[in-house]
Structure formats: structure tokens, C-alpha cells
Design a protein around this ligand. Sequence first.
Ligand code: HAX
Length: 437
Amino acid sequence: MNPLKQKFFEKSSALKTEMRAYLKEKGDTIVDEVTLKQVFGGMRGVKSMIWETSQLDAVEGIRFRGYSIPELREKLPSRDGCQEPLPEGLFWLMLVGEIPTQEEVNWLCDDWEKRNKVPQHTYDLLDSMPEGTHPMTQLIAAITATQSESVFSKRYSEGMPKSDYWDATFEDAMNLIAKLPLIAAYIYRKSYHGGEHIAPDNSLDWAGNFAHMLGVSDHADFESLMRLYLTIHADHEGGNASAHTVHLVGSTLSDSYLSLAAGMCSLAGPLHGLANQEVIKFIFGMVEELGTTDLTKEQIGDYVKKTLDSGRVIPGYGHAVLRQPDPRFTAQKTFAKNYIKDDPYVNIVWQLFEVVPPILDSLGKVKNPWPNVDAHSGAILVHYGLKEYTYYTVLFGVSRALGVLSALCWSRALGFPLERPKSLTFEAIKTFVEENA
Ligand code: HAX
């Protein structure tokens, strides 16, 4: 058995035994009370799921297996000459709860390279889609088409016992993550560069190779950006829409390919991952209307208010859980400060950071006026030449696969059941409230 799989098997078997004993003893403990506001309000904050790979605090932001983003930047292995962490290291950490050594990350990098062949019919399907098909639609279709490779699906049809679900899910997760950069780069080159594809450079790491195949910049800093980007977007505990979708669909024993494709459908919504394209679109719209990138805070404030008055949200701001600036925003700001000098769009992002929160606060209803992860990424991507913003959510999706698929391995290893919460009609709610008055 390979070293990562062996470690995962040992850790998950031990936790499964511990969890079962714990539940037997304490299973009736009450962990939450649910109000009607939560039932009607998108289940905000209802504690109802186990997710081992990361946890979110409203003020502090995300921690991956207990490590904050600044800690990950310091502790995860990196590539020679690059200060940013390797996403391979984060995947290892999320899967087995240990910071990997450089050798372990090198092994994972090589292992993914061996698994990265994409079936021809996936490329053929992408080629058959009409020009202008949104890149997220292409990604979802391509992942679904690649499901023909699913080890889980094949072994299930052959009568795989429950005790092996974790093993087949692990294989699918590793294979699918390995293939994603090739699929995603194919979508990019096909959609915006006339189908002139760039062969993978297998001497590079997972993120570096993805940056290379996108072919937007020869600058080594773009590879560094991709390593950071694909690390910080990977996971945000289990309740966010894309993660929860993967968890829900996976609970029916749909394999990793179908579960991830479903999660990508969630990520493609403008209140979630698509917000990264909406942010730069918003900034481009403002620059076009005002005729300059050299904007004053007053001009930006007026444009923000006008957007709100027209009944739209300010993309990149607000969050269902966070109540402070998103540390993923801060990590990108730090990157931009270190690597980019005086870029007009980066400067606008920083001006928005000063202008938007007081305006949102003044509405008196927005619970979190601060920027989220999507407020910054577009301006940095534009700086390196990746201007085709309809592609941005695909980048997010490639990263998100690391978190949701490692979590899916845990769900199958721990034997989590089919997810099935209870719904009620409004009449049933009113009857319940009357009877309990
Ligand atoms: N601009 C304008 N209004 C906003 C707002 C924003 N950025 N954020 C919240 N509000 C409004 C809500 O629309 C809601 O208004 P109504 O009562 O009139 O419906 C009110 O403030 C209360 O909302 P909330 O409780 O603060 O926020 P929610 O938990 O309901 O929603 C959202 C969280 C992220 C969906 C929301 O802040 C939003 O729409 N933001 C803009 C879109 C965005 O950036 N999404 C990406 C989020 C991060 C992410 O998942 N990335 O992938």
C-alpha cells in the first residue's frame, strides 16, 4: 500500500473505532437548538455535520487541521526558490492531519503525475460544446464524463463490501485531483486561445504545471501565485454550499466524480464561487463608466451606492459565517504587496477595502461588511495576464477539489450514512408552534 494510503487507513480506522465508542456513550447529548429563523434562513449555523479537514471561526477565519493560513505559509513544504506552500502539502495535511515532509510531498507530486491521464472522450466532449459555453459548465461536464474512470463505481457494481468504500474513494480522489489541472487547462486554452494546448511539464509540481499549461505568463511569480491560490481556496469547513453538496451527494454513494461535479454546480453560483468573476466584472464596469483606473474614494463610494440602489449586492463582500476580513483576502493582499508594484486594479481592490465596509454597515442589515476570498483574486490574475474572468471560478474549483475530496475519503472511511434532514410545510410549522405555545 502506498505511504499516504497506509497512513490514512491507520488514522481513519482508529478514529472510526473511537467515534463509535464515543457515540455509544454520548450519542444523546444535545449540541444545538434550532430557531424558526434558522429553519427559514438557510440553516445558518446549525451544527449538523462532521468535517475533519478544516474548521471556520467567525472572527479568526479558516484553520486547516488547526493551522491558520499564515502558519501554513510557514510550515508546509515549498518548492525551491518559491516562498508559497505546495497544495500537495495541504492535501496531505487535510487527509492525515500531519504536516508532510519534503520527501512525502515529492512522493505525492510524483504519484499525481502518474495518475494524470485524461480519457480522450473527455476532451472530445469538451470539443463538442458550443463556443461561449461557460467554463464552469464545461468543467462540470468534463468531470462527469471522466466518471467512466471511477474505481468506486466499478468496484461497487462488482459487489464491493462496505469495508472497502474508503479504499475506492481514496483511489478516485487521487486520480481525479491528478487529472483536474489538465482538464481545467484544456478548457482555458480551448475557450480563449483557439485550442492551442500546452503539453504538461512533468518536472513541475501540481500547481506549477497547471500554471504552465494555462500559458498566460512565463513569470515564475505566476506559478507562485497558483501555489498559494490553490492552497487557500481548498477548504472552508463542511457547511459552505460546494462542500456541503459534495458531502450530500457523496452520502448516496455517488462516486467522487459525480459528487465533485455536483459540488462544482454549487460553486458556480454568484453568491458562492462565481463571486470571483463578478468582482472583477464589477471593477471593470466601474472603470469603464468612469473612464479611468485612477479613481478617488468618492467616485468609488458613489458607484458602490449606485449599485446597491439598483438592487444588486457588492460582490466579494459579506459572508454567511465570517465577521472579519477573510484571512484568504489578507493572504492575497500580502502576496500582492510582496510581488506586485503599483498595479491599477490591485490598487482599486485596496481602495474598495476602505470604501465598501462603512457603506455596507450603514445599511444596517449586512452582518459582515468585510471582504471575502473573492474580493481580491481577479485583480492579481489580471496583473499576470489572465483577464478572461469567466474562467476564474474554474481555478477556485480545482483548488476546492482538494478539500472536498479529502473530506469525502473521511466520510466513507468513517462510514457516515445517507444524509436526510427533515423538511416541513409552513402549515406544519404553524401547527407545531401553536401546539408548543
Ligand atoms: N452587498 C449588498 N448586500 C449584502 C451584501 C453585499 N455584499 N452582503 C449581504 N447583503 C445583504 C443580504 O443580501 C441581505 O439582504 P436582504 O435582507 O435584503 O435579503 C442582508 O444583507 C443580510 O445578509 P447577511 O445575513 O449579512 O448575509 P447572508 O449570510 O445572507 O449572505 C452572502 C452571505 C455571501 C451570500 C452575502 O454577503 C452576499 O451576497 N455577498 C456578495 C456575494 C459574494 O461575495 N459571495 C461570495 C461569498 C464567499 C464565498 O462563498 N465565496 O466563494
